[in-house]
Design a protein around this ligand. Structure first.
Ligand code: ADP
Ligand code: MG
Length: 311
């Protein structure tokens, strides 16, 4: 947001006028000015220092960023807002490109709704939390609903039909087909300006095609290959990848959570961020990040309404 110079603490109408005449229109301009430059305009070095400090405080400029933030900057990571403040806060600003974000939860916990919403959010301009880009939606369970996209798009100020045109949809009929779609996607990501790839669900086909212990090794090997392929695409093309995962019961757990994400170690190691969703009362849902070195273990709530996924 643009903050006018007059909102800086200690800057009255007269000082603001002097600053504007010298080309300093916003708090940001002043925050990055040198003391010498401003002292010439204001006639005092002390006053210049004081106003620069106030401007820096106003725009939230601090001398330190975390090494992780630096790392992100260097890697050119971009973020897509979920459209939900609490969720964005939990994720450190939204979902990241060059990463796989896994949404895991029981039936009805909101995984598919969030996938729909992100397919809309990615289309928004950057100052509204999007990437002004398209989404590629891989649907394995036939739960994608264009009508739902239209509702969400309308609420976010997008033309509903345009929003639909900016989502490339593929129905995956089995795990091989799913992997082939992702392989093929490489050819269109740049040409179509894809910013987000959704796979809802990542694991369903693999689990139904390779049931039981006797198929476990083969299934995990294939899944591993698929996830490695997704990570590579996310990294090379600077896109966000969002996948959904189911939970399974752990029969041998007597204390703590009896549910665990499906897909075992392969997904645990492959997913960059893991978000656990569960149902609260009525339309309330609860989200928590687990297994992340960068995020605190804390829970936030959001709601699913006619407008989409909201605070
Ligand atoms: P999952 O994919 O985790 O199984 P979903 O994302 O499909 O779960 O979430 C389903 C939930 O979303 C349901 O509880 C349903 O009430 C809610 N929902 C779906 N569409 C709407 C809508 N148009 N208005 C309000 N709630 C909705
Ligand atoms: Mg679903």
């Amino acid at each position: 947001p643009v903050i006018d110079v007059e909102e800086i603490e200690g800057v009255g109408r007269v000082t603001a006028q002097k600053l504007r005449e010298a080309g300093y229109n916003t708090a940001r301009d002043v925050a990055f000015a040198s003391v010498k430059e401003l002292a010439e305009i204001l006639g005092s070095e002390d006053r210049a220092k004081q106003i620069i400090a106030a401007a820096q405080k106003l725009i939230g400029l601090t001398p330190f960023i975390t090494a992780y933030e630096l790392y992100e900057k260097r890697r050119g990571i971009r973020r897509i807002s979920t459209g939900v403040k609490s969720l964005d806060e939990l994720l450190g600003g939204g979902i990241e490109t060059k990463a796989i974000t896994e949404l895991v939860g029981e039936f009805g916990s909101g995984k598919t709704q969030l996938c729909h919403q992100l397919s809309v959010m990615v289309q928004l301009p950057e100052d509204k939390g999007g990437l002004k880009a398209k989404a590629l939606y891989v649907d394995t369970e036939n739960t994608f609903r264009p009508e739902r996209i239209m509702q969400m798009a309308k609420y976010r100020g997008l033309d509903p039909q345009e929003a639909l045109k900016n989502i490339l949809y593929a129905r995956a009929y089995n795990s091989d087909h799913q992997m082939m779609i992702i392989e093929e996607s490489k050819k269109i990501i740049e040409k179509e300006n894809i910013g987000l790839i959704v796979i809802d669900s990542l694991v369903a086909h693999f689990r139904s095609e390779y049931p039981g212990r006797e198929n476990l090794a083969e299934r995990q090997q294939k899944l591993n290959h698929h996830i490695a392929q997704l990570l590579r695409i996310a990294d090379i093309y600077n896109v966000a990848v969002v996948v959904t995962n189911q939970v399974v019961a752990q029969p041998d757990v007597f204390f703590g959570n009896p549910l665990k994400p499906a897909g075992g170690n392969v997904i645990a190691h492959g997913a960059t961020y893991r978000v656990w969703l569960r149902k609260g009362k009525e339309n309330v849902r609860i989200a928590k990040i687990f297994d992340s070195p960068y995020h605190p273990e804390r829970e936030v709530t959001f709601r699913i309404t006619e407008e989409g996924v909201v605070d």
